[in-house]
Design a protein around this ligand. Sequence first.
Ligand SMILES: Nc1ncnc2c1ncn2[C@@H]1O[C@H](COP(=O)(O)OP(=O)(O)O)[C@@H](O)[C@H]1O
Ligand SMILES: [Mg+2]
Length: 370
Amino acid sequence: MDANEQMSAKCEVQGLLKSFGSHVAVNNISFSVNQGEFVVLLGPSGCGKTTTLRLIAGLEKPDDGTIALNGATVSAPTRHLFVPPQRRDIGMVFQSYAIWPHMTVFENVAYPLRVRRIGQADLREKVARVLDLVGLAGQATRSATALSGGQMQRVALARALVFDPALLLFDEPLSNLDLKLREGLRIELKNLQRRTGLTSIYVTHDQEEAVELADRIIIMDHGEIIQIGAPLDIYIRPKTRFVAEFISSANIFEATVLDVLDGSLCRLGIDGGHELHATREEPVSVGDRVDVVIHPEDCTLAASDASTGGHKVRIVHRQFQGTSTRYTTDWAGLAFRVVALGTRDLIGEGSDAVLHLPVESTRIVPRQAR
Ligand SMILES: Nc1ncnc2c1ncn2[C@@H]1O[C@H](COP(=O)(O)OP(=O)(O)O)[C@@H](O)[C@H]1O
Ligand SMILES: [Mg+2]
């Protein structure tokens, strides 16, 4: 085990509560992050992600609940316990680069070590090592103002890593960068986290980023946790319509349970007279109102003369995207999206077609309480 792994913390949050005036920003949330894990907090703007991160860092004081790092409680208002940020051993990277323009790259990165009164030789070695790690070797003497956005974010990352923190927190660190750079840095960041084994909590509102980076995703809405799970698990089994809408571009329809058949099979009626078969995870009864979720890439379209069964649709729009083609179809008044891989058997706009919905990919999710 290398030094970083030994230092890596487990973070435990229990019943965390934070209000600003009468507005509850974080509403009684609990979760834990395992050693070496990369957890992403995902949710729409204003759902309480940044507040959660700032509470963990000690930049905000909670109203209630506990936060523990590596088993040691750092925040517990009922016991009047509050460890200040500089004693929590946490590295943070923000959306705004927050680096000092009047300093060189070296001095920016060395700053946390100077605060900790690390000796000169040790300091030089640590800064060099971490600049190498983030791909800035040879840039040490450059002025921070001369850097591009991507390079500034590397400096910010180096500064967060240089003192071997027990936990790394990221607040939308890539959202100020352009798309290409963002995608490149995303992969680098993930690789770096794997190599160092640093326990990380990463905040974003970008589902693509979350799915690619996370070992586990925590979906938040209105200050509450809606679902926690591995990216694939949440994608396939969203607990609510909100989660399905947020994590994917699935087809989602309100429906009524018409029949509960064998096993987990149900017959559903969608408003407007459509009927289909679907799979349920939770028990449902005839007459229940449910949502049905079908991912566009799980469905197939066939020319209408080449297929039996399925549902009659018309191709309204076809968007060729190289490796895949996106179709919008009209299923007797219902807009239904399909994504087809490859270039064989493309169907033209205006054509009739047959839509096949595999029952195992046609999933019922319980109606949302909110
Ligand atoms: N310092 C503050 N004072 C007042 N309201 C705040 C403050 N910080 C955050 N809020 C409010 O708390 C809610 C959650 O904010 P935030 O945690 O920043 O959300 P997110 O990061 O998910 O966009 C928002 O409604 C926001 O306006
Ligand atoms: Mg935020």
